[in-house]
Every structure is written in structure tokens, then in C-alpha cells.
Design a protein around this ligand. Structure first.
Ligand code: C5P
Length: 239
């Protein structure tokens, strides 16, 4: 494997900084060093550490996926997306279940920020068909059908990509345009217990099925040696 291949594969790994304080996040970024250049910041860390952390990561040359999972009136969604763009964020998430209005507002607001991509959440990976019954989404609908339907809606609204579990990545790649990003959380290395992911798979399987990026959290961040765990994920991505 050449250095370039390793860099290529590293750049497909987004490490989820799911921490409740800035110090733990900074420490993780230091421990992973140059090999990791893409981080996901979710609601927990954003609430704990504030936007300074994002500016800090961007200033260090990192890309930031700000996982806000926006589901609000379009005007508020647009405002949040503009602020994310101004912070230098590369990816931000909206809920496709909120409909076209929310997604279009996000896409429109992102236009002023060329590097900012709007990703739509289809179905959160912990949800199963029985959850759909609970919330009244019945009739046709298997989880996969729901994911495909929402992903088409997101693409139609101009979203740059979607979030999807490993299981839906292949079917999604089949229906979405080649340039539409698929970002896949819910992955685990072979032999790992799947924690609370209902629909899990390996990073390699996700990328082989068409994922543009994989999101990896605890596999790396809770490892005794996170840098070694990152290398294991990268090695798993080797063809
Ligand atoms: O499980 P792991 O720690 O790798 O999770 C990383 C990210 O994947 C989380 O920040 C979360 O947004 C996402 N995730 C998910 N569905 C789950 C568990 C985690 O989408 N069931």
C-alpha cells in the first residue's frame, strides 16, 4: 500500500467526538494527530464546548461534520446552517422527515459557503420497523423503503448527500446520483459487539457498497489506544 492510498482511506474516516467536555475532545484530537483530519461534532459536545471548538478544529486544518440533525421551521434551519458555514464547517445534517421545506432552506442557506455540504438524515440507525409502527408510519413501509423514499426526497431538494446505515448503503447507491454523498455511521470492526446499532456492518462493507465516508465513534474513541484503533479501521478499509 502506498502512502497516498493510506491518506485516501484515512480521509474517508470521520471520527465522532462524542464527549461531554472540551478537554476530552482536545485530547482525542491530539492523540489521533495528523492521521485523522475529519471529525464529527454532535449536539453533546457542541452544547458542552460551544462553537470555539469548531473554529479551533478548522484552524488546525481539520474538517468538521456538525451533526445538528436540524428539524425546525425553515427560517431557523437556514439560520443555523449559515452560522455553521461561517464557522468553516464542511458538513451539516438536517432531518429529511421534516420534509422538503426544511431541506431546501438548508441547501439555499449553504449556497454562500462553497465547502459546506448539507446531508439529510433518513432513518436513525437505531430505528426498526416496529419503531415506525409506534410513530404511525405504517402501510407500505419497511425501513429500507422509508430510507430510499427519504433519500430521493433529499436529493430532489438539492441536498449534497444522505446519512444511512451500512445495510441501506448499497440500495441507496443504486438509486442516488454518483455525486451524491453517502455517509455511513453504525459501523463496527469484525468481532466487535454492535452496541446499540440495530443495523451494523464493517467500514469496508459500507465503502464497498458505495459509502463516501464512514463515521466511527466508540470503536476509536473508547479504545485504550485510539491511534491504533484508527489504524485498524483504516486497514479494514483496504480492499
Ligand atoms: O457507535 P459509534 O460510537 O461509532 O457512533 C458514532 C456516531 O454514529 C454517533 O455520533 C451517532 O451519531 C451515530 N450513531 C447512529 N446510530 C446509532 C449509534 C450511533 O447514527 N444507533
Amino acid at each position: 500500500m502506498g502512502d497516498n492510498d493510506a491518506v485516501e482511506r484515512s480521509s474517508q474516516i470521520i471520527v465522532a467526538l462524542d464527549f461531554d467536555n472540551r478537554r476530552a475532545a482536545d485530547e482525542m484530537v491530539d492523540r489521533l494527530g495528523d492521521q485523522c483530519r475529519f471529525y464529527k461534532v454532535g449536539m453533546e459536545l457542541l452544547t458542552a464546548a460551544g462553537p470555539d471548538l469548531i473554529e479551533h478544529l478548522v484552524a488546525k486544518g481539520k474538517e468538521v461534520f456538525l451533526d445538528l440533525k436540524l428539524f425546525e421551521i425553515p427560517n431557523s434551519v437556514a439560520g443555523a446552517v449559515r452560522v455553521a458555514g461561517a464557522l468553516g464547517v464542511s458538513m451539516v445534517t438536517v432531518h429529511s422527515m421534516g420534509g422538503i421545506g426544511i431541506m431546501s432552506a438548508a441547501v439555499e442557506a449553504a449556497r454562500d459557503f462553497p465547502r459546506l455540504r448539507v446531508l439529510a438524515l433518513t432513518v436513525v440507525t437505531s430505528m426498526t420497523s416496529s419503531d415506525f409502527v409506534d410513530i404511525g408510519v405504517t402501510g407500505s413501509t419497511s425501513t429500507e423503503e422509508q430510507v430510499l423514499r427519504l433519500a430521493r426526497l433529499a436529493e430532489g431538494a438539492g441536498c449534497h448527500g444522505v446519512i444511512a446505515s451500512p445495510q441501506e448503503t448499497g440500495p441507496l447507491r443504486g438509486v442516488l446520483g454518483a455525486r451524491t454523498l453517502i455517509v455511513t455511521p453504525g459501523v463496527a470492526l469484525p468481532g466487535e459487539s454492535p452496541s446499540e446499532h440495530a443495523r451494523t456492518g464493517t467500514p469496508r462493507a459500507a465503502v464497498a457498497a458505495g459509502a463516501s465516508y464512514v463515521v466511527v465513534g466508540r470503536t476509536i474513541t473508547r479504545a485504550a489506544d485510539p491511534a491504533a484503533a484508527f489504524r485498524l479501521v483504516r486497514a479494514n478499509l483496504e480492499p
